[in-house]
Design a protein around this ligand. Sequence first.
Ligand code: NCD
Length: 357
Amino acid sequence: LAGGDSPRHIVSISDASLAWWDELYSLCRQIIQRPEVFSGACRGKLMASLFFEPSTRTKFSFQTAMLRLGGGVFGFENANDISAAKGESLADTIRMTATYSDVIVMRSPYEGAAKAASLYSEVPVINAGDGGHMHPTQTLSDLATIAQTRGGIGGITVGLCGDLKYGRTVHSLVTALAMFPDIKFVLISPNELAMPDYMLKFMRARDMVYDICGDLRDALPSLDVLYMTRAQTERAGGGAGLSDAFMLNAAKLQSAKSDLVIMHPLPRVNEISPDVDSDPRAKYFDQARFGMYIRMALLLKLTALGRSAPEAAAATGGSRCENAACVTRRELYLPPLKNADGSCAYCDTTKQLIIDS
Ligand code: NCD
């Protein structure tokens, strides 16, 4: 969340402060308790919904959140329908959309695309998923689910299971949990879908404790929260799915704690057997509901910020990242932005950002 305590754009969860989260979550709880009080809170505001990559849950969640606040929604369903398909730059699509809207929600297959968009937007930009990189509002839903079901976040062991390489929800969740005390992780994945280096580096730099495990059965008894994910086959170039070692069913759950919280960002494919759905520990549908409420709180906060001049009105030479999925490989005018360690500030991979002379 760029901008510290009161972030203007929700690009990554990494700058979120606890104070900001506490405020957002407390607003979310007020909305859950008395939704009628907020039914006109965004009247006259418009949310632009730019989904350059398919989405059902996240898109519906944002749209219903805005409609329940009394605001309006416009956007496109299919990226082929818009001017980008005619060769328009992302910067121009965003400048144009910002003139019509009060907030932009955007999903892209390119890593760092929301960061890039935020540089050109007069209105707040929310990252609804950028390739295999980050998905900060899914994380807000995840945090709300943990907080609601356990009464707080902290002092827990979290198992992350499945595709930890391309699963952007996992990267955002780990980043966010760095703010909370005494969180341990068990990373449960096949070797070829292991947590990327830049995330392991992030965790080590913050002394976050993690174990690596090749079978969910071995990890289950120690977990307080189990975060299941599907294989992101669309990013792995149609790669393999997940084997039985990364699937959950009622029989395996017998060894788990009685107050385990089972989450999944959805859609599930076959990672969680339907025989788990009736178990009171299964929280993945509640998680989707909390997702709508926390997005209501977020839209309320961000649309109240109004307009301000975009950061990068004029580009000063382009840059290109070594990561083939990075937005800088497609939008060649983007200003060079590096993290302190020299890595690309758009996609955060440890790959270098090459500056065009
Ligand atoms: C996730 C996503 O889009 O990254 N889904 C979601 O936001 N509800 C997970 C996924 O697609 O597997």
